[in-house]
Write a protein that binds this ligand. Structure first.
Ligand code: FCB
Length: 440
């Protein structure tokens, strides 16, 4: 690596991130069915119709996996808690095995000197709640608040930080407008409701967690830097619309108590009644803001209904996901978020990383592409820090190769390779390089 721990301010946190459905093995331990299980079982939604039934079997191998996290010298481990593992029906009676699992997992982090950084929801909605409309139903805010209380009532006393929802854009737009993720809808009314309710649920959970006496609460958003396809005014306006519904909608809601006009042009007519009255909850104060960053998008205008734009192919080198590598975007988002939304509030890069082909040759995985990617992005964190942006941490997605949602097990993001037949873990060269950079 081109960086080392001592290049960073004292107390700067390094970590790695995972999520429950992507690694645990959902069929173990009495978890209830989720909308990802049935989405994956519906032909055409997921590559090879793969699902999270077994995943990395982290449910049984978490000690070995946490040993891997600790051995790098990471300070933090960002994990998520499965709603359906804790509450198989989404509400009501908790699954004791599920609560026990997160209890053991927490203690195993602490035993290894890792700071537990929890995300309450990383996309696996219990099916009984999906049946009631899921994120389209305003009641989800209350259901989610109850889940927050149940899970953090059990492990909250040992958490370093907690964020309610991973990437509201994916919950709202990707899943209800583009239809790429569960529940796979393509409907603007469903989108408007999901986009708003996900923030209402975020704020409701923050209030519930404060009620339990928890601190260091945050919000985690994903960002893509919008680049107009050319210098025309129409292309710039299209990129602005993309910026609006991808990036600014969520920051605006949580930190300004308002949604961008460019988004309301399209979603306004489809918003749920009384949405303007929800900002008191949505703006419940948080202690930090998390940024997940991977890429940029080139945006071209089209003549279809709002948002009247296409994402078009760009010229930069790409990862296995087909995502352009654009490290400057991370710097620009850190700077812009602090300047326009969060001021002195700590910013944390809660996800950054890349999918690569990662072949095992002679027992080794030489993922120099990933090492380059991480170096280039960490340099942008350093640039932002040098300009006074209050960045407090950097987390790599992901510890393990895992279930990459609609792309199944084909896309490998891990610092550690997983053989999905034998489930054997093999650290990649990037893992070894990080160990040299981060060990104290
Ligand atoms: C993020 C998700 C994570 C993973 C990475 C590649 O959007 O939070 O689960 O899929 O992308």
């Amino acid at each position: 690596m081109q960086f080392k721990r001592s290049d960073f301010p004292d107390g700067f946190l390094f970590g790695t991130a995972t999520s429950s459905y992507q690694i645990e093995g959902h069929r173990f331990g009495g978890a209830g069915e989720t909308h990802w299980d049935t989405f994956a079982r519906t032909p055409g939604n997921v590559v090879k119709a793969e699902n999270g039934d077994r995943a990395c079997d982290h449910y049984h191998r978490y000690e070995e996996d946490l040993d891997l996290v600790a051995a790098v010298g990471f300070d933090c481990y960002r994990f998520s808690t499965s709603w359906a593992r804790v509450l198989p029906e989404g509400r009501g009676t908790p699954n004791a095995e599920g609560l026990d699992f997160y209890d053991r997992l927490t203690d195993a982090m602490l035993e290894r000197g890792l700071k537990p950084c929890a995300t309450l929801y990383h996309w696996e909605l219990p099916s009984p709640l999906a049946d009631l409309g899921g994120w389209r139903n305003r009641d989800i805010a209350g259901w989610f608040g109850e889940f927050a209380q149940v899970i953090m009532g059990r492990i909250g006393d040992r958490m370093y930080s907690v964020a309610p929802i991973n990437e509201p854009w994916c919950v709202g737009w990707l899943s209800h407008f583009m239809g790429h993720h569960a529940p796979g809808l393509r409907d603007i009314r469903a989108t408007a409701r999901a986009m708003h309710h996900v923030l209402l649920a975020h704020g409701t959970a923050i209030q519930a967690l404060r009620g339990l006496g928890l601190g260091n609460l945050g919000a985690v958003f994903n960002f893509e830097w919008p680049t107009p396809v050319d210098g025309s005014e129409v292309a710039q306006a299209a990129a602005q619309r993309y910026d609006g519904y991808y990036n600014r909608f969520f920051l605006g809601g949580v930190f300004k108590g308002a949604y961008p006009d460019s988004v309301m042009e399209g979603l306004g007519p489809h918003m749920p009644a009384g949405w303007q009255d929800d900002f008191a909850t949505i703006t419940a104060p948080v202690d930090w803001c998390g940024l997940n960053y991977y890429t940029r998008k080139i945006i071209a205008p089209n003549n279809e209904p709002w948002p009247s734009l296409d994402e078009v192919d760009g010229p930069l080198p790409k990862t296995e996901m087909g995502w352009e590598i654009y490290p400057e975007g991370l710097y620009r988002f850190l700077k812009r978020t602090a300047e326009e939304y969060t001021g002195d509030l700590p910013l944390i890069v809660t996800e950054n990383g890349m999918a690569a082909p990662d072949r095992i040759e002679g027992g080794r995985i030489e993922d120099t592409d990933r090492i380059d990617y991480l170096n280039a992005h960490v340099a942008m964190v350093q640039k932002a820090l040098a300009e006074g942006v209050p960045v407090h941490g950097y987390f790599i997605w992901s510890l393990l190769d895992n279930y990459e949602w609609a792309l199944g097990y084909d896309k490998r993001f891990g610092l550690v390779h997983v053989d999905f037949d034998s489930l054997q873990r093999t650290p990649k060269a990037s893992y070894e390089a990080l160990k040299l950079a981060l060990t104290r």
